[in-house]
Write a protein that binds this ligand. Structure first.
Ligand code: GLC
Length: 752
């Protein structure tokens, strides 16, 4: 045997010896399932139960005796929450836990660019990893059913296909750091009013076609390692322990192998938690160390009460072992994965990513007379008006609130970009919410203003009259009953009398752009009087730079709306026939039944069904250049049940500057046994083109893009017959269409 072979043999022997001397659960050469079984076999019942519930506000126990680490969770979807004390919501006052605030997820969705989602996930995952967090409590993908929902800014819009395409790369990016995502809030948490007691009544078609797809994609394509149950009820059971959603669908039909985490305080019953799919219980109102017990976390439903049922022989340990297997699998993917990277915090790369995502998510809604972009060399005096030009938006809004390294305001960004050549003057315009504190994080801004509303209004109008260009920055904010957790908006209108200010500014100066900062659609009664309107979302740390880049034309806007902007609330299904926010049972329980009577007709699906013209349609967004769509061609106008056809559309940049366009494919089922929306988004492609450049955009259409969920058969079906592929630059601006036929029925029994 030559020396080389001998040395390999010795090395292999060493590895074997090494492996054999290392317990299987610690041996990374073994499969995760082998390691799970070994660890499980070594654990006592007490150690198993201890893993199922919180030990502090944001952590749960490992197995100290076996060297299995505890889990540390952190909010939220846009950035890493500051450290808190063991059992407090308020920040602990550390000085090394400021973070980069990435744009809100509505902005990410508005990029319609899955590459941005991967960039986002990778970067926020690095921040979580560096802060030694194992589970990131995000992203959220609840569907935008009503523009009043306080938490829509944390989610990815009204369309299940867009949300599915954007959530998958985000998950992969985060988890590439060895940090688990916790996709939330599964499911049917579509508004905040009565969020703990709302019983969502939804038919199976709306459930499977609208509200579940993004979660299913997160599990089956994204490989999410944890899912957060939502506070609300479904079929009368709290969703944090729900036979239908957690056992039957998530773990049964979808094969989810990860951990179901409760929302904080979402657990209500030990036996339901045992039987109905909950694996880890967090934050059930037990005020940690002050409930008389040595450690009140032992009072949690999946803590001592569960252990007692086992010890008393009232329940077995089958469910316990399944929960612990999932938690151990999570450990080997995260805390016990020695090969995971080390992360980074507030790096130039993270700041650049925050800015790029923001710039790409900003939506140019209107630009009459092409008054945008503003030429920095041609404007002498710019008036910036509105509270949102300077109010910090990274503090507040609920659990996604952050302590940031910095937040560049729109006013900061405008001064930085235009201030060397133009005079920049500011006027408040209105007073919204001068406060600036959340969970012990203070903005340090003193936004108090003792003047009367009239004085503030008059100053704004006067300032506008004497400027070359007026930039109004308003919208909503992160205060209660605005874009904020645990409350909804009172109406579609802008608050704080902004409509009056905007209308007056439009009279005072024809060069006016309104920048709406919000996570929700708002009413715009002044829309005809304002030449330019920009939807700017909550852009986080780099907000001011992102907005200024677009205003100056350094960046050509390419964002598209991920939700419909209705003219009025009555134009929305949930408010026209739906039962928002629901009807109290008045049976002595606190349950509020909320019927999603609009069914599958959410967003543009409702507009199409009822021929309602939106203020701005789903998928809408302008550019500083123009695009032409040519005549589509089709590989065949007949599709076999197992076949596919390709549609090609030439798209060219007919303007004078490089820009990106999102070409959207919608499908119409001409005739179907069950009612279907007029059209549904089934693909999109974002393409950047230089002036006079053309590209052939191709879409592959396969039968699964033609399917609807047959609730009687409980499966996805595509029926033979005529279909139309519609190509558009938004759900309302259909440029071309082409017909084709599906030759025979097909189902996707496996695709639940
Ligand atoms: C909150 C939110 C959830 C958050 C959790 C921890 O109530 O619903 O999104 O991650 O509690 O703060």
């Amino acid at each position: 045997m030559n020396k080389l072979l001998l040395s390999f043999t010795l090395m292999a022997a060493c590895v074997t010896v090494a492996s054999s001397s290392v317990p299987v659960y610690l041996d990374e050469t073994r499969t995760i399932d082998e390691r799970v079984e070994d660890a499980l076999s070594r654990m006592t019942t007490e150690e198993k139960v201890a893993m199922l519930h919180a030990q502090s506000k944001f952590s749960s126990a490992g197995v100290p005796r076996l060297g299995i680490p505890e889990f540390w969770t952190t909010d939220g979807p846009h950035g890493i929450r500051p450290e808190v004390l063991w059992d407090e919501w308020d920040q602990a006052g550390w000085t090394n836990d400021s973070c980069v605030a990435f744009p809100a997820l509505t902005c990410l969705a508005a990029t319609w660019n899955p590459d941005m989602a991967l960039l986002y996930g990778k970067n926020i995952g690095e921040e979580a990893r560096y802060r030694k967090k194992d589970i990131l409590l995000g992203p959220g993908v609840n569907i935008y059913r009503t523009p009043l929902n306080g938490r829509n800014f944390e989610y990815m819009g009204e369309d299940p296909y867009l949300a599915s395409m954007m959530v998958v790369p985000y998950i992969k990016g985060v988890q590439s750091n060895g940090v688990a995502t916790c996709v939330k809030h599964f499911a049917l948490n579509n508004h905040e009013v009565n969020r703990h007691t709302t019983n969502a009544i939804v038919d199976d078609r709306a459930l499977y076609e609208i509200y579940l797809p993004a979660f299913k994609a997160a599990v089956q394509e994204g490989g999410a390692w944890t899912i957060m149950g939502s506070y609300n009820l479904y079929k009368g059971q709290h969703v944090c322990h729900n036979q239908y959603l957690l056992n039957d669908i998530l773990k049964g039909e979808w094969g989810f192998d990860g951990v179901v985490v409760s929302d904080w305080g979402g657990t209500h019953d030990t036996e339901q938690a045992i039987a109905n799919g909950l694996d880890m219980e967090f934050g059930s109102w037990t005020n940690g160390l002050s409930n008389g017990a040595s450690n009140a976390y032992d009072n949690y439903y999946l803590a001592m009460p569960y252990l007692k049922l086992i010890k008393d022989g009232k329940v077995g340990t089958k469910e316990l072992d399944d929960k612990v297997r999932r938690i151990l699998r999570l450990a080997f993917r995260t805390t016990m994965n020695t090969r995971r990277p080390f992360g980074s915090l507030c790096s130039p790369e993270h700041i650049a990513a925050a800015r790029n995502i923001g710039e790409e998510g900003i939506v140019l809604l209107k630009n009459d007379r092409n008054i945008l972009p503003i030429n920095p060399d041609r404007v002498k005096k710019i008036a910036v008006i509105g509270e949102n030009a300077l109010k910090m938006m990274t503090v507040g809004g609920g659990s996604s609130s952050l302590k940031v390294k910095y937040e560049l305001s729109p006013l900061d960004g405008i001064r930085k970009r235009f201030g060397d050549k133009a005079e920049i003057v500011y006027a408040r315009g209105y007073v919204g919410d001068p406060s600036g504190e959340y969970n012990g994080v203070v903005t340090g801004q003193n936004l108090n203003d003792d003047r009367t509303a009239e004085e503030i209004f008059a100053e704004a109008v006067e300032t506008a009259k004497n400027a070359d260009f007026v930039i109004f920055v308003g919208g909503l904010n992160k205060s209660a009953h605005q874009d904020c957790e645990d409350s909804d908006r009172a109406g579609l209108e802008l608050p704080y009398n902004q409509d009056r200010v905007i209308s007056a500014l439009a009279k005072a100066n024809k060069n006016l752009v309104v920048i709406n900062i919000s996570g929700n659609a708002v009413a715009m009664p002044w829309v005809k009087d304002v030449p330019a309107i920009v939807q700017a979302w909550y852009l986080g740390t780099e907000c001011g730079n992102a907005i200024a880049s677009v205003l100056a034309g350094d960046v050509n806007p390419s964002g598209k709306l991920p939700m419909t902007f209705p003219v009025a609330l009555t134009d929305v299904g949930a408010h026209s026939v739906g039962d928002y926010p629901g009807t109290p049972r008045n049976d002595g329980s606190d349950i509020v039944d909320c019927s999603y009577s609009e069914g599958i007709y959410v967003g543009y699906r409702w507009n199409d069904k009822n021929d309602i013209k939106p203020l701005f349609p789903f998928g809408h967004g302008l550019s500083y250049t123009t695009f032409n769509y040519g005549k589509p061609s089709i590989s065949s106008d007949r599709m076999a049940a197992d076949g596919k056809i390709t549609i090609s559309i030439p798209v060219s940049n007919t303007g004078s500057r490089t820009g990106a366009e999102v070409v959207q494919l919608y499908i119409t089922d001409v005739k179907s046994s069950l009612p279907r929306p007029v059209k549904e988004l089934k693909d999109f492609k974002k393409v950047s083109l230089e002036p006079n450049q053309s590209a052939e955009i191709q879409f592959e259409i396969t039968p699964d893009k033609l399917m609807y969920f047959d609730n009687e058969r409980h499966e996805w079906v595509a029926e033979a017959g005529d279909f139309i592929a519609l190509i558009g630059s938004s759900s309302s601006y259909i440029k071309n269409s082409v017909k084709f036929k599906l030759l025979s029925d097909t189902t996707n029994a496996t695709n639940k």
